[in-house]
Design a protein around this ligand. Structure first.
Ligand code: SF4
Ligand code: SF4
Length: 453
């Protein structure tokens, strides 16, 4: 794509980077076929190619119009377009630059600004999020009434609140558990939202890693990875989060080097793997940020590296594996989790249109409930076609998004791997009380063999 930046404009590192990315696009339009928003709306401005044109205009003409904000806000950052693009257009970093520009120079309605302020000040803080969740839990019965009154965002937010408050028996894992001097040593990231909504996932990861002889450490000073604020265009805030985490993990590595920073939330994994880029111009952190990005591993990547032990049972459960966008498109880990689940004795079913986002996308389901809801219904309909016993995902956001619309249990990949190699049955399966359900026999077996946590 030809660009028209002046020499003066190109002295700005943001413009120079945007120019470099824009020039790779040959406007072939192949990306439109796999873009969830274009598939839904058919509007070129809701496609990757259309958005690339809007971003070119934004940077060349130094203006942020209402139309640019509207269509770029509707992008999920699912990165499906990057998987499809034959020219290697780095859409992820281009849209990051555009979001930051919109946040600083664009105009949004007071409602949008207020909502974004609340989201960026609540979700990344587990204590505040827990209080908000509790309030949401009390308000949950009024969700349908709010929808009837046209308050779609409030109704969508309440639909995401789990019917049961997360179990209190899962205290934050201790930071004192890394003691084995000869073992490989990893820092496990707990994740801010996941720590509140499903702490059982981190506990499963710790059991799985320790069963494989890995020394797991949980860092007390770790905070949200920064992805939530980064997707809201708050780049400086995201850098602040990254610096805090880099400090925490670097301090830990001084005692004994880390072999990996292991992540069980794929959205956080994509972010941490990009810390090197985020802090590339920060002289005090660039080198350490690069090192942390190199250490970052999705839990499935790390388990594959060390080799998954054979399963203690062969359940043959039929799993619809929902490949989170941040994992399949962001980290290019599409077949690896499936291969591990198969090694663990599960039967994996291909979800039709599995490359399309479920509509969760960080805070997207709260900011764009219309498109998000359509994507959720589409994915659930596709999952229903394969009639699974369980839906498995690698991202808490996707799990919450899908959970409200299906009776099929939702379980994290690591909980399934932990169960298969000797851990307790995942909570979502242990709760099943339906004697006619195909996995009830397995649940009963697990109860009798004391494998229920
Ligand atoms: S597929 Fe790549 S090169 Fe083609 S229009 Fe999309 S972003 Fe541009
Ligand atoms: S990131 Fe996803 S929603 Fe955004 S343009 Fe690319 S494919 Fe479309």
């Amino acid at each position: 794509m030809q660009t028209n930046f002046s020499d003066v404009q190109l002295t700005d590192p943001t413009i120079a980077r945007a120019d470099e990315i824009l020039r790779r696009c040959v406007h072939c339009g192949l990306c439109t076929a796999t873009c969830p928003t274009y598939v839904l709306t058919g509007d070129e401005r809701d496609s990757p190619r259309g958005r690339i044109y809007l971003m070119k205009q934004m940077f060349e003409e130094r203006q942020v119009t209402a139309s640019m904000t509207y269509h770029i806000d509707r992008c999920l950052s699912c990165l499906s377009c990057m998987t499809t693009c034959p020219s290697g257009v780095d859409y992820m970093h281009l849209v990051d630059l555009a979001r930051t520009r919109i946040e600083t120079k664009g105009r949004r309605s007071p409602i949008q600004r207020g909502l974004r302020f609340l989201l960026s000040n609540i979700l990344p803080h587990p204590g505040r999020f827990r209080v908000a969740l509790m309030l949401g839990w009390f308000a949950r019965p009024f969700g349908k009434a709010l929808a009837r009154l046209g308050l779609k965002r409030s109704a969508a937010a309440l639909a995401l609140v789990p019917p049961r408050f997360p179990s209190a028996k899962h205290a934050r894992p201790s930071s004192e558990i890394g003691k084995n001097a000869d073992a490989k040593r990893v820092a496990l990231m707990l994740g801010c939202v996941q720590e509140v909504l499903a702490p059982s996932i981190s506990h499963a990861a710790i059991r799985l890693l320790r069963r494989h002889g890995i020394d797991v450490v949980v860092v007390k000073d770790e905070i949200c990875c920064g992805a939530l604020v980064h997707h809201l265009g708050k780049e400086e805030d995201a850098r602040g989060h990254a610096r805090r985490n880099i400090d925490a993990w670097t301090a830990l590595a001084r005692e004994k080097p880390l072999d990996a920073v292991v992540i069980t939330t794929s959205g956080c994994g994509t972010m941490i793997k990009d810390y090197g880029n985020l802090l590339a111009r920060d002289r005090g952190y660039a080198e350490r940020a690069d090192h942390i990005s190199e250490l970052a591993r999705d839990i499935t990547e790390f388990v594959d590296e060390i080799g998954l032990m054979p399963p203690v049972m062969w359940t043959g459960l039929r799993i619809a594996y929902q490949s989170a966008c941040s994992l399949q498109h962001g980290q290019k880990l599409d077949t690896l989790p499936i291969s591990l689940l198969e090694q663990a004795g599960f039967n994996i079913l291909q979800i039709p249109e599995g490359h399309l986002c479920c509509g969760s996308a960080g805070t997207y389901n709260l900011l764009e409930p219309g498109l998000s809801g359509q994507l959720r219904e589409r994915m659930l309909a596709n999952i229903a076609k394969v009639n699974p016993d369980v839906i498995v995902s690698a991202n808490i956001g996707c799990m919450m998004q899908l959970a409200g619309g299906t009776e099929t249990p939702l379980v994290h990949t690591v909980e399934m791997l932990d169960w298969a190699t000797g851990g307790p049955i995942p909570e979502a399966l242990a709760k099943l009380k339906d004697p006619g359900h195909p996995i009830e026999a397995l649940v009963e077996l697990a109860r009798n063999s004391a494998l229920v946590d």
